[in-house]
Design a protein around this ligand. Sequence first.
Ligand SMILES: Nc1ncnc2c1ncn2[C@@H]1O[C@H](COP(=O)(O)OP(=O)(O)OP(=O)(O)O)[C@@H](O)[C@H]1O
Ligand SMILES: [Mg+2]
Length: 261
Amino acid sequence: MRTEGALGLEAHGLTVRLGGRAVVDRVDLAFAPGAVTAVLGPNGAGKSTLLSCLAGLRRPQAGEARLGGRSLAVVPGKERAHLLGYLPQSPEIAWSVDVRTFAGLGRTVRVGAFGPSDVDRAAVARALAVTQLTDLADRDVTTLSGGERARAHIARVLAGEPRWMIADEPLTGLDPSHQLDAADLMRGFAQAGGGVVVTLHDLAFAARFADRVVVLAEGRVLADGTPAEALAPDILARAYAIDARWTSGAAGPLLEVVARR
Ligand SMILES: Nc1ncnc2c1ncn2[C@@H]1O[C@H](COP(=O)(O)OP(=O)(O)OP(=O)(O)O)[C@@H](O)[C@H]1O
Ligand SMILES: [Mg+2]
């Protein structure tokens, strides 16, 4: 993975209006490479909408997303695709291709005029290996189980060797062991200098694996800080209308949801 240079990803007054309301409302956030940021919040809070803007796939009505100080609106699509790896929520796979070819799609923007090089093939092979899909490389991707397919999508993003991984609920559908593997992958990606912005719903899991947590509610940033700061009981009460308390477990913090408010 390329790690040279800091290439910050930012939202400035980012606003998206859908169906007559601001589903992302004047959001200001700055993400630095080298860290995993988890974006949490209730269903409909605006997480996916925010991530699609950060990936440059949706144009906000006001404000902007910036990469390395440049508005994503002026970053050419090919460069954007090269730098920003995006994993949509519940992605569909419409093509009947083998898993290796599917993962290779994540590298299309890097492949030269003469087709995939050894470097390209090696990157795809690495992406399949770290997602434990090497044995399934020749299988038709449409025949994979839900969790295998989720891993194939992670492999597709990794194969492109982006600088940022913008992943919308990438752990959904993964069994506990593969959830830990995927979390390790994202941590490793950040430790190697990449940036990770990820949404998930498992608060205790986020508390253990994210460096930073942003809580969105009704399109606004409700909290932004360390997991302990952003997932404090009063924030959870406001965001989710739950009474919750943190206890310490053998593997890290545990969240006990005591009651619905
Ligand atoms: N085309 C649209 N027209 C009207 N409202 C929309 C449209 N698209 C999305 N929304 C609304 O925007 C809000 C934010 O949606 P978004 O998908 O960003 O939420 P989310 O935080 O990702 O939720 P989840 O946890 O369920 O994935 C939701 O209330 C959704 O219903
Ligand atoms: Mg979503």
